[in-house]
Design a protein around this ligand. Structure first.
Ligand SMILES: CC(C)(COP(=O)(O)OP(=O)(O)OC[C@H]1O[C@@H](n2cnc3c(N)ncnc32)[C@H](O)[C@@H]1OP(=O)(O)O)[C@@H](O)C(=O)NCCC(=O)NCCS
Length: 174
């Protein structure tokens, strides 16, 4: 298994994570977002021709007031740059085999690269309810913004991991 950026010819039609919104995003929008609109880049974990999982990232900024008092103390008062983990999913058949954590480590190496090249104070993610404990394992903390439920739909939890808490990759990412 290795991780590379999405290529225009990748066949995404067979990917099923069990989350219909994530699957639809991957099949219909990940390519055009990356190759036509430049709003984000998707990285895929592949084994030969088969796509095992994907993660989509995009540059973003965050209001310093939403960070914890400790993180806020060291930062200027204007919005600061972050890397947004916009979508993450692993194929249903291969979940629980470390692919999600490999994709997350790839995002961490991108965050360090962004920090050293253009600035990045950390990674943010809008975590789905069931995935909150997954992100907590890696040190993400819920941001101090309102979260709750909209009718029957659970509202995602915005979470943040500051760059200083992200282990540096042992070697540069491809
Ligand atoms: C959440 C998801 C990306 C995790 O990927 P994965 O490949 O199954 O996870 P990994 O095998 O890399 O797990 C890494 C560790 O996190 C744990 N973990 C995985 N999912 C977890 C969850 N939902 N809650 C708590 N811990 C979790 C694993 O047990 C493992 O622990 P270990 O290192 O002690 O063995 C995957 O289950 C998925 O795609 N789910 C559906 C879509 C989704 O919810 N995406 C997140 C959107 S914000």
């Amino acid at each position: 298994m290795f991780i590379r950026s999405l290529a225009p010819g990748d066949d995404r039609s067979a990917f099923r994570s069990g989350n219909i919104d994530l699957d639809r995003f991957f099949q219909r929008f990940a390519g055009q977002n990356q190759f036509r609109h430049y709003v984000g880049v998707t990285y895929v974990a592949v084994d030969g021709e088969s796509i095992l999982g994907f993660v989509t990232v995009t540059a973003a900024s965050i209001e310093v007031s939403s960070l914890s008092p400790q993180a806020r103390k060291r930062l200027p008062v204007y919005p600061v740059p972050v890397l947004r983990l916009a979508r993450l999913a692993v194929g249903e058949a291969v979940q629980g085999q470390g692919i999600g954590s490999s994709l997350l480590r790839h995002v961490f190496s991108l965050a360090h690269e962004m920090a050293s090249r253009i600035g990045c104070v950390g990674v943010i993610v809008d975590a789905k309810e069931a995935a909150v404990p997954f992100y907590e394992r890696y040190g993400f903390e819920a941001l101090d913004v309102e979260a709750g439920r909209l009718g029957d739909r659970p509202v995602p939890t915005p979470m943040f991991l500051e760059i200083g808490a992200i282990p540096r990759p042992r070697k540069a990412s491809p």
